[in-house]
Design a protein around this ligand. Structure first.
Ligand code: SAH
Length: 469
């Protein structure tokens, strides 16, 4: 194993021992770990190292000397290139094992927490077609997967409609088939691509900021409603209505057909006008008889069936009797707040996206829920003495922050408010462990429930019940 400093080299016959938090698997060589994607714990592989750091290497797998018995045949033809489902070659029960391990190790190693009531991870009932939202990108530079020596580049159609190649904003993987969203999601994407190619419409060029077609968003609900949003750069009504009329005719299942003109250099559409072309301005999701209105840019958990399971865990941990004041921090569109409202005296939700707060109120009205109140603002600033004076001291705090976890001010304010219970829903066990370590000053961990919302990815949710000591 000859190695020169800063040169690429190969590590031979490395045994893969773990599946890491970034979606890469982990091997160990002498005193270093090596991160490598698309292999499975138990494999023995050669690794081409393309990055070396003081304490670790990164690389790609070459020859596989031994295949792990944790492997399964990946179902998707795009596996290994697409960034979407990096664990698809690992048997689902082993995916669950590594997710659970990630949660428990974070809580012990980062949080140094004493844990009680640790439950086995809740598996997702569906491991394919579980997403309710996909966003595809049109680019005039697709990633070439059918590469061969005699490829005729001049006659090659370089247009692609699919997902970005990981880490490359200017390259797209043209998707033939994706197992993430139920039918007719694939057919819609393929029909749009066929129409665009037939009519020689320009795909977006990120280098020059030219080209008409930019994004295609498809959202659905468990109730069978379907929203399609076409995002274009220019107000080319002939092309827009050409595509949308074709979709309306071919796919009667579409209940909301929309378009957005985005002449900016970024893909964000929440600050732009969404034009309704046909159908309803929103789709409607349902959960336990409650209705949730989802507009084109509204947030909703992307695995809706498993979100229901997650919310049931949060509600069980909150263990409400009916006379409690509950704070729902990072409430988004108020889904958790409205979901637990019936069991509480009052629920106060806080969230910094104003449009989400409007959705939260709308959802409360829609379901005749009168005991919720919502505030828009940055929690690190809003959750202060005045706020508590106006809204009252909470008996229970439910919190569901983004990956970064809670701002320390928020954690400190929870300690100061001293609710009897804190239910912490997290999509990042590392930041959850960090925050709960601070809360441990006054709280003990009474229950831990990891939940899998995203099969074939390294992502894991975790719900913790903290009770005042
Ligand atoms: N509980 C919701 C969504 C949680 S996602 C649900 O289950 O649907 C986390 C939310 O936190 C996002 O809506 C995000 O906009 C919000 N958020 C992130 N940082 C925030 C901050 N500093 N103050 C208030 N809200 C914040």
């Amino acid at each position: 194993m000859a190695r020169k400093k800063n040169k690429k080299f190969t590590l031979e016959k490395v045994e893969i021992i773990d599946a890491g938090a970034e979606g890469k698997s982990v091997g160990r060589v002498e005193d270093k770990v090596v991160f490598v994607p698309f292999v499975v714990p138990g494999d023995v592989v050669d690794i081409f190292v393309n990055r070396r750091r003081k304490s670790y290497f990164e690389g790609v797998a070459g020859k596989i000397h031994q295949y792990s018995d944790k492997r399964v045949e990946p179902r998707c033809e795009h596996f290994g290139v697409c960034g979407g489902c990096k664990w698809q070659n690992m048997d689902y029960k082993h995916q669950l094992f590594y997710k659970e391990k990630q949660v428990l190790e974070s809580l012990k190693r980062i949080g140094k927490l004493e844990l009680h009531g640790v439950r086995p991870i809740l598996a997702s009932r569906e491991i394919f077609f579980y997403r309710n939202k996909l966003e595809y990108t049109f680019l005039n530079r697709r990633w070439i997967t059918d590469f061969s020596r005699d490829l005729d580049f001049d006659s090659l159609n370089m247009n692609g409609l699919g997902f970005h190649i990981p880490g490359m904003h200017d390259r797209v993987l043209d998707i033939h088939n994706c197992y993430l969203q139920a039918d007719p999601s694939n057919d819609i994407r393929l029909a749009v691509k066929a129409y665009a190619d037939e009519h020689k419409l320009d795909y977006y060029d990120v280098k020059n900021w030219t080209g008409l077609l930019r994004n295609l968003l498809i959202r659905n609900t468990t109730t069978g409603q379907l929203m399609v949003i076409l995002v274009v750069r220019d107000n080319d009504q002939a092309a827009i209505s050409g595509i949308l009329d074709m979709l309306a005719e071919k796919f009667p299942a579409i209940t909301s057909l929309m378009y957005v003109i985005n002449g900016k250099t970024n893909d964000i559409i929440s600050d732009l006008e969404v034009h309704l072309y046909k159908g309803n301005p929103y789709i409607m999701e349902e959960m336990e008889g409650l209705k949730f209105k989802i507009g084109p840019v509204s947030f909703y958990q992307t695995n809706p069936k498993q979100a229901f399971e997650l919310y049931k865990v949060a509600r069980e941990f909150a263990d409400l009797k009916g006379d409690e004041l509950v704070y729902d921090l990072y409430t988004g569109t108020g889904t958790i707040a409205n979901f637990v409202a019936k069991q509480a005296k009052k629920v106060v939700g806080v969230e910094y996206v104003e449009a989400a707060i409007e959705d939260a109120y709308e959802n409360a009205r829609l379901n005749d829920i009168e005991n919720t109140a919502f505030y828009a603002g940055d929690l690190a600033k809003v959750l202060n003495e005045d706020f508590i004076e106006i809204n009252g001291r909470p008996d229970v705090v439910i919190t569901d922050p983004p990956r970064a976890g809670m701002h320390e001010n928020v954690v400190r304010q929870i300690l100061a408010m001293e609710p009897e219970k804190v239910v912490y829903v997290s999509c990042n066990p590392a930041t959850q462990a960090r925050d709960v370590a601070i809360l441990a000053e006054k709280y003990r961990v009474e229950a831990v429930q990891p939940v899998d919302m995203f099969p074939h990815t390294q992502h894991v949710e975790n719900v913790m019940k903290l009770v005042r000591k």
